[in-house]
Design a binder for this molecule. Sequence first.
Ligand code: ADP
Ligand code: MG
Length: 728
Amino acid sequence: MSERRFAAIAESQKRNRLEIKEKGRRSELFAMNVFNTKRMLQYLTKDALQSVESAIFSGSKIDTKIADQVAEAMKAWAITMGATHYTHWFQPLTGSTAEKHDAFFDLLPDGRALEKFGGRQLVQQEPDASSFPSGGIRNTFEARGYTAWDPTSPAFIYGTTLCIPTIFVSYTGEALDNKAPLLRALHAVDEAATAVAKYFDKNVSKVNATLGWEQEYFLIDKALAESRPDILLTGRTLVGHSAAKGQQLDDHYFGVIPTRVLGFMSDLEQECTKLGIPVKTRHNEVAPNQFELAPVFEEANLAVDHNLLLMDVMDKIADKHGFKVLFHEKPFAGINGSGKHNNWSLATDTGINLLSPGSTPMKNLQFLTFFVNTIKAVDTYEELLRSSIASAGNDYRLGANEAPPAILSIFIGAQLSRVLDELEGVSMGKLSPEEKTELKLNVVGKIPEILLDNTDRNRTSPFAFTGNKFEMRGVGSQTNCAKPMTILNTIVAKQLQEFKKEVDALIDTKNLKKDEAVFNVLREYIKTSKRIRFDGDGYSLEWEKEAKKRKLSNNRTTPEALQVLTEAKSLALFKSMHVMSEVEVKARQEIELDAYIMHLQIEGRVLNELVYNFVIPAVINYQNKIIQNVMGHKELYGAGHIKMTGGQLDIIQKISEHMKTLKEKTDTMIDARKSANKLDDSLKKATVYSERVKSHFDEIRYHCDKLEQLIDDKDWPLIKYRELLFIK
Ligand code: ADP
Ligand code: MG
């Protein structure tokens, strides 16, 4: 690393330390750029604050007068913080975030400033929506799209812009983004879980889904990354022989973080802290140049926003440090890819984690209720949950023996399995006092002790219970968490609704006590959802066979995985939970398929370019040098040269062989791509892309990588893995 760079890092660390010193501890920097309750207290009247808080708590409407007040307050605060512009910040279905900046003031021709930011501008905006994907919604309804304020996620200042988190919907109310369905799903799970939680504690009046994501990423030197068309255009390497040293020594995981990376992390954490993103842990990951960042968990909607914001902040700060962040699920062959574990739970407004076992049998019955219902929900809708993490990038990772398989199953550990087995054995109907005591003391009552030593964590499981939360492990590193969180919370909401109906029916018709009814229904669920529980090796072939017997889905590719979205069972679920209409679901499926096609199309084109414009010319040049060398020998020694040039001739021949197959495979892939492009139906097109275009990528790569090994290092036109992967 250059002296200059060292100096720059030292400088930025000094700046960060100074800033922390100025503000006291780091905790005082926390959320200084966020218009949170603390700021609102300073800037809003009591009425206005109450109105915003009730909107946050119960989703009630904020009237125009109050909106004006809030806008005024936000603006006043933002201007004191140096902001000059504001934007509605939203999550179009492209996967990232979008914003359109407007100045707080307009200048009149006579030079007077006209105030532009009021309640109307806060509550609703109409961005030029035509360039965002709508999956046909806007055409169908000939409606415009508008963004609407989401008061549950506080506004924040980023750079010199006040960012207001918003949903993005069509004029007729269809969601054109990832946030609107998420908010609906969170509302559904709140209602359903609150109703069930009231069985155990009447004081519960709200349940929040909580999310703690763990973001994995690679850092690559920016200049090197930019020299490779594949990284630049697709976010991953399409060719490249693995470095002599990879991750086999396991020396990167939890190893010392390189100085240059520390400089980046320190800046990043500082910025995150100011933005109220509660980042907590950072460490190296398994692969060289791979890292992970995790925050303290938060309410799911806020956590989703924070993850999206983080990805954006990371891009910018990396750039300042001469890095490029790769969020792609599989940037390099031969070493691990990146994911984004989603840790999920349910928390009441009385401060209880519903997936955390408690100190009394009753609390544990509550735990078991939410635990078993989650298992049941995932069992009923396993294929739908799988669909929520499908993407072109994640297809390279799921099931590749480094990430969970494409088959969904749940790991709960041996001890909790035993608890469920015991519960299953209890007789039906009314319980005798002895049975009840036995159940409460010896089965349910033992849970907390059990969990303490339930430390064996099965890393191959896609959905694991980890003590007080479930961890969804198949989520791709680029994926917007809103997608899996929308599905997970919807299916759990639906399941809890069903559960409540069944329990109430038993209480009413069979005259059972509440806890008896709960036990009875849970026992049935334990029986009927058994197939989803699997504690063994998720990477093994045996599991694949076993899962097939259990009739669990195994959708390896995105086109396969997305089909379930529009099946009658899924449409009915979304409709009954008021999460998405049929039009919205179909639009989403269409957009996801199109994104898949586009990603593979771009990869195919870039691969074509790499082969024809980089690899083949370089290889021919090098081969010519050897041919010249052989000709020189011939000139010097005549026919006798053959005895001396065997090595050269062998290389010439090997190069020709690889080049011949490389060209053939590439041409076949190009033809397949062209014929795929003629198809109109998205599902068909995506399937053909998966089966006939992408299917050639590996072979093309294989021959490129062989050629990389055959020719002079100086003649190879692409930066190699060993140069990309070992940041000091
Ligand atoms: P790892 O999976 O890397 O071993 P942990 O098991 O410590 O890490 O979990 C890390 C994540 O789990 C953190 O992001 C943390 O915030 C989150 N988490 C902890 N408790 C909860 C909860 N109740 N709800 C949601 N996320 C949680
Ligand atoms: Mg984890």
